[in-house]
Design a protein around this ligand. Structure first.
Ligand code: NAD
Ligand code: WQD
Length: 338
């Protein structure tokens, strides 16, 4: 049994599918602050299996303790958190409270239950503005916004916890840019309001919900001047979590591992690939740089291969085709679900 915080969210729901498909039992713990219960009905349709659901907030220790005890879980995958960079600049305390305090409560509760195996969702944001590319795990850590700072604080807390008690088994997964959707088109990314991230915005332009894409700057030192990122298919990312759990079954450690493809694509590469996959035109306008953005960011994914036996298998065409299947089949996300 695996206990999955934030299991109704974008990456969590895709991971729950892969866990159920691999024969694990799953308990999802989620307060639905950025997701909807409908996603778990879709997960059940895809897998033919049902995850247990507990609606609750991480910071509610009593609810968390009851849910974790009742689950009988042997390990926790911790996705729950707030993730909007701009919002974290506006309201840093909400981010420290939800992400950092929420994680402290989770770790205390796990300790109380004697559960010491954890996979944590970190981010390439902890590398700050890259000093060298590709980014390997030993690159110096720094952050440029409160969201990133919460990830870094949690990473440091996990390293301290492991030093204090080496019975812990902790996998810190640093995701690059997750995109795409399950191949069924039944689950995918469903951002509230205007998407901050590139691919959901492009998808909403293609489906006619928005007029054009703003390209945030075309004067970076990259091949076409637009920002370059390491986009990774969310199903590949999900499978990385299963590999991390397998490794932790045999290793008591606290280790950070990149999950990326190692390949960088520009904003215009993404736009063209999405046009190809969707058969739709995606009009765009070039605007000024977005504050806090970096020119380029991509992973050295060699540790994931060496230590987890994992590598990303799905290419850019399938990232876009799967994102389009989800977006065109669910133009308003889960909201219009029946
Ligand atoms: P998401 O918002 O879709 O999922 C997060 C889930 O956690 C949501 O279902 C939300 O309702 C739940 N949640 C949030 N706070 C909670 C709380 N206090 N108690 C209970 N449930 C709570 O986000 P996602 O894209 O699936 O991201 C999952 C994790 O991966 C996050 O920690 C995020 O910071 C991290 N991450 C995401 C990206 C990305 O680009 N999507 C990149 C790197 C890291
Ligand atoms: C990608 C590229 C933009 C939107 C963010 C977080 C990071 C991680 C993933 C959680 C950039 C450009 C975007 C648009 C654009 N999240 N762009 N027009 O900024 O790499 O990473 O999400 O951990 O912490 O910072 O991703 O998808 O926002 O942007 O031109 O409308 O697309 O400038 O070059 P980013 P993104």
């Amino acid at each position: 049994m695996i206990f999955v915080t934030g299991g109704a969210g974008y990456i969590g729901s895709h991971t729950v599918v892969e866990l159920l498909n691999a024969g694990h039992e799953v308990t999802v713990f989620d307060n639905f602050c950025n997701s909807q219960p409908e996603v778990l009905r879709r997960v059940a349709r895809i897998t033919g299996k049902q995850a247990n659901l507990v609606q609750g907030d991480l910071r509610d220790s009593a609810a968390l303790l009851a849910a974790l005890r009742a689950s009988g879980a042997k390990a926790v995958i911790h996705f729950a958190g707030l993730k909007a960079v701009g919002e974290s600049v506006q309201n840093p305390l909400a981010y420290y409270d939800n992400n950092v305090v929420g994680t402290v409560r989770l770790l205390e509760t796990m300790n109380e239950c004697g559960i010491k195996t954890l996979v944590f969702s970190s981010s390439a944001t902890v590398y700050g503005d890259p000093q060298r590319l590709p980014l390997s795990e030993d690159h110096p850590l720094s952050t440029t916004n409160p969201y990133g700072q919460t990830k870094l604080v949690i990473e440091e807390m996990l390293r301290d916890l492991y030093r204090s008690d080496p019975a812990w088994r902790i996998g810190i997964l640093r995701y690059f840019n997750p995109v795409g959707a399950h191949v069924s088109g039944l689950i995918g990314e469903d951002p509230l309001g205007t998407p901050n991230n590139l691919l959901p915005f492009v998808a909403q332009v293609a489906v006619g919900r928005r007029e054009f894409l703003n390209v945030w700057g075309d004067d970076y030192a990259t091949a076409d001047g637009t920002g370059v990122r390491d986009y990774i298919h969310v199903v590949d990312l999900a499978l990385g979590h299963l590999k991390a759990l397998e490794r932790l079954a045999h290793h008591a450690e606290c280790r950070a591992i990149n999950l990326g493809t190692g390949v960088g694509y520009s904003v215009l590469d993404m736009l063209r690939a999405f046009e190809q996959a969707s058969g739709k035109r995606v009009p765009y306008q070039v605007g000024p740089r977005r504050s806090g953005d970096i020119a380029a960011c991509y992973a050295d994914p060699s540790q994931a291969l060496a230590l987890l036996g994992w590598r990303a298998e799905r290419d850019l065409a399938s990232m876009c085709a799967d994102a389009w299947r989800w977006q065109s089949g669910n133009p308003n996300g889960y909201a219009q679900a029946t």
